[in-house]
Ligand binder design. Structure first.
Ligand code: ATP
Ligand code: LTN
Length: 329
């Protein structure tokens, strides 16, 4: 089997949701196998593209790192680090920005969505965000990038940037590809199932936080928006029902056909209770591990320091090569 280099990141903009977990974090854990070498990071620089509170950012960055370990990231095998601790990302980002077209950035749907959501703060960082993300990926020579569906477009841009740079200056970057889970690459909001579940949703009933306790999880699913159709089925346009079934499959390992059969003749009450139960079983071990890690400050600091050192070694090599290719060194 081919040894693959994997990289992914998550913004410390709040406690991750069930969507982050199913769409990305669970896969990060699973990819640490065979000969793969995985780099995982907390993307604190990316978090600055929306208004932030410095104390909150500090706290959320640590908390996110602890949660990643609780999700199964093994820092002895996969460097785990904070993006800003490896200064090379921001430097490479400048070079890549010079081979990225504004037309490409104009097409990014996350930029359009975030601009609409934060109309009073459409900053240049929000616009060039995908270039920094390309730098995160290309600096490690990542072959694969495990992400949810909403980030696919950004990974595709990273591919195009890599190909363009290689064509212009000679072979420098590995051309990466996105990897998405079979079920749950786009978990939808519980209150607005036509939009993705997001950790920065202003309505907490719209998402399941990974640290919600069982009673809260049960309550949020009970309130989840569904539809008036009498039969539980996976079908076009039935956003709420489809979302619950998808979450059920993702947490139980069942196929969609099996799940639909399980709920034959049942009402939404039964489906919602079963989904809540499956989610609680999935999240409980992660939550207790998280609390243990957060209580051990020294351990977490040590992991992040070592992770940044390991990452920086590789990042510097790529940066040196890229600089020399463009004629700077
Ligand atoms: P924010 O609300 O701050 O924009 P977010 O909840 O969208 O954040 P990110 O930090 O942008 O989360 O995403 C981390 C990872 O989780 C990415 O790979 C992203 O594709 C994935 N992800 C985010 N939301 C979902 C979702 N609803 N379903 C599946 N995957 C998701
Ligand atoms: N943009 C991503 C977070 C992120 C990322 C990355 C993901 C930053 N750098 C590199 C994969 C690879 C997001 O919003 N989820």
């Amino acid at each position: 089997m081919d040894k693959k280099i994997i990289l992914s990141g998550i913004k410390p903009t709040g406690i991750p949701t069930l969507g982050n977990y199913i769409g990305a974090l669970r896969n990060w854990n699973l990819m640490q196998k065979d000969g793969n070498y995985c780099y995982y990071m907390v993307a604190d620089l990316h978090a600055l593209t929306v208004r932030n509170d410095p104390d909150e950012l500090r706290q959320q960055t640590r908390s996110m790192a602890a949660l990643l370990i609780a999700c199964g990231i093994d820092p002895d095998r996969s460097p785990l680090f904070i993006q800003s601790h490896v200064h090379q990302h921001a430097e490479l980002s400048w070079l890549l920005g010079c081979v990225t077209y504004m037309g490409e950035l104009n097409r990014m749907t996350q930029f359009k969505d975030k601009s609409a959501k934060h109309a009073d703060n459409i900053n240049a960082g929000l616009y060039t965000y995908p270039v920094l993300m390309a730098s995160d990926i290309l600096i490690y020579g990542a072959h694969q990038v495990p992400v949810g569906d909403d980030q696919k477009q950004h990974v595709e841009l990273a591919r195009n940037i890599a190909i363009r740079f290689n064509n212009a200056f000679g072979d420098t970057f590995v051309v990466p590809e996105p990897v998405m889970p079979k079920f749950g690459a786009r978990i939808m909001g519980l209150q607005d199932p036509e939009h993705k579940m997001s950790k920065t949703d202003t309505n907490p009933n719209g998402y399941i936080s990974m640290l919600d306790d069982p009673a809260v999880i049960t309550k949020k699913f009970k309130k989840a928006v569904t539809d008036c159709e009498p039969v539980i089925a996976y079908a076009e346009g039935r956003y709420g029902c489809n979302n619950l079934l998808t979450i059920f499959c993702a947490c139980t390992g069942k196929t969609m056909d099996e799940a639909v059969k399980d709920f034959e003749g049942c009402g939404y009450g039964r489906l919602k209770a079963a989904v809540a139960e499956a989610v609680i079983a999935e999240l409980e071990p992660v939550q207790s591990e998280y609390r243990r890690i957060m209580d051990d400050r020294e351990y977490l600091d040590g992991v992040l320091k070592k992770g940044a050192e390991q990452a920086a070694e590789k990042a510097q090599q790529t940066l040196d090569l890229a600089f020399s290719r463009v004629g700077i060194r």
